[in-house]
Design a protein around this ligand. Sequence first.
Ligand code: BDR
Ligand code: CA
Length: 305
Amino acid sequence: MSRLPIILDTDPGIDDAVALAAALFSPALDLQLITTVAGNVSVEKTTRNALQLLHFWQQDVPLAQGAATPLVRPLRDAACVHGESGMEGYNFVAHDRLAPDIPAFQAIYNCLLASETPVTLVTIGPLTNIALLLTHYPDCVTRIKRLVMMGGSAGRGNFTPNAEFNIAIDPEAAARVFQSGLEIIMCGLDVTNKAMLTPEYLAALPTLNRTGAMLHALFSHYRSGSLSTGLRMHDLCAIAWLVKPEMFTLKPCFVAVETQGEYTSGATVVDLEGRLNQPANAQVALEIDVPAFQQWVAQTLALAP
Ligand code: BDR
Ligand code: CA
């Protein structure tokens, strides 16, 4: 079976670290490029964290650093969830790899050009790099198989009452992406809030392998749930959909991003009942088979070193 070529745009981020593990070690996936973006913490920190993870796993996947700020707003980070470094809790070994001097959107375009077949974009942070890609290279759309994102919500938010973090941080970028014509799979809070790892599984992680021990150390500092009640694996859902889409129930919907609202900016307006009479621009994940997800996570992390 040929592996699915993907590009991962990320802001590590503790749940991003788990998603990166799954992207690297899922036999079905061919991770061709990692790009970083400002989100959970500054882009310098997310880049440093991604490079530390690659060094930890002795992986040399190309990496490019992306946008330092959202398109038009200042960055508001999520250090309160992931710690000041963005990946608090584990002492990574020092290394000397640096990101090359090429912006993420350019690296993504080069990767798309170099591929014989359309590539799947996976985004698990704010959509700034993808909006820049679409602006600089509108022809990229034909070279992208689809965009699978962790972001948004058909219900309530987790950053403001109505907005999910990745969309809330750069609503203008998200609006650009939802208007792009790309095929979009939206894994938002409707499924990611349910995608919990159980306390029992988490307790056994330190003895699974080096990766399990490292992730457990990070999880002690991750504030999307707790080790004793279970942790939400938001970003891992995007990778899970790639490998086992049958675990998810999707609905084609028109999705708009609120960019103006005083209290609602960054909200994804998901037209579940078709009230706006607009054609669907996204497949929105509304249900997830949680036991199957947990089984897949256990199988996948067991493949890591
Ligand atoms: C998203 O916000 C970030 O803090 C997580 O890494 C995830 O991408 C969840 O809302
Ligand atoms: Ca993230």
